[in-house]
Design a protein around this ligand. Sequence first.
Ligand code: NDP
Length: 296
Amino acid sequence: MTSHTDHTEQSAVTVLGLGPMGRALAGAFLAAGLRTTVWNRTPGKDRELVGRGAISAASPEVAVATSELTVICVVDYEAVDSIVRPEAVTDALKGRTVVNLTADTPDRARSTATWAAEHGIGYLDGAIMTPTTTIGTPAGVFLHSGQEELYQRHRPVLDALGGTHTHLGEDVGRAAGYDLALLDIFWTAMAGYAHALAMARAEGITARELAPFAKGIGAILPPIFEQLAEEVDGGRYSGEGNPITSAVSSMAHIVHTSESHGIDAGVMRAAEGLARRAIGRGHGTDGFIRITDLLY
Ligand code: NDP
């Protein structure tokens, strides 16, 4: 049976939220030898952690009162608010620091930071870019934003999570901005892969048959990302080798073939539409990445 503490036992760090990621974070702190207090809305999720030495707190206000530093990692900022904004918890957090590793939008990060400042709570916002299995290993990737001094002060505890930690600047919304931009790449790539597998299946090609070649497409992307970043920041869009006029014709073939099989080609239609807009504005000889300028 889990035993709860309802009085203040001091620990190095408190973890609020024990979903798969919260449990991985708390587990890494414990593995690094840090005294760790844990709390989760639904009881019972701390059983294994308590078995490894974690202190189970009876309430979030007790949990945050045990440590100078609280790491919160729950589903979204609605959940964060419902945990930290009740008066008892806000009062207990005064003079302490919260590192919010929950994923949400840059605006929510900034409004949470404003709330924290109004209540005398130190606040850093962060994003975790790798799965639970990487936490506590060199493969973990953590992004942080907010006051540099606060980040440096808590860096030794955060380092116990392993991996690489990057402080992106004092604008507290930056970690969420990076997170969303990177997830944009991930999910549009996943949507493209799902669509490609459906179209391949309609052509009698199994996912397993396509996979080695799909990996090859993935492998050509990293140097292209580097080169296009230079073009976008420099405002030069060399279409040499693959102008938009050529790219748009291969997109049209994909749309035509998938729709001939009754497959929704909405994602590719959206990309083709952007490419045609760029051509319509006289950028047909530029490369496809010119659409970045069209979008913003
Ligand atoms: P979830 O995103 O499903 O979050 C689960 C946690 O949120 C549980 O602690 C759950 O509590 C809590 N929660 C949900 N709703 C509420 C609420 N209304 N009030 C209080 N607590 C609530 O799982 P993860 O742990 O995997 O993810 C946590 C965060 O980490 C997310 O923002 C996610 O995007 C991010 N992340 C996760 C990765 C992963 O591989 N899992 C990778 C990178 C980032 P309860 O148990 O009571 O339901």
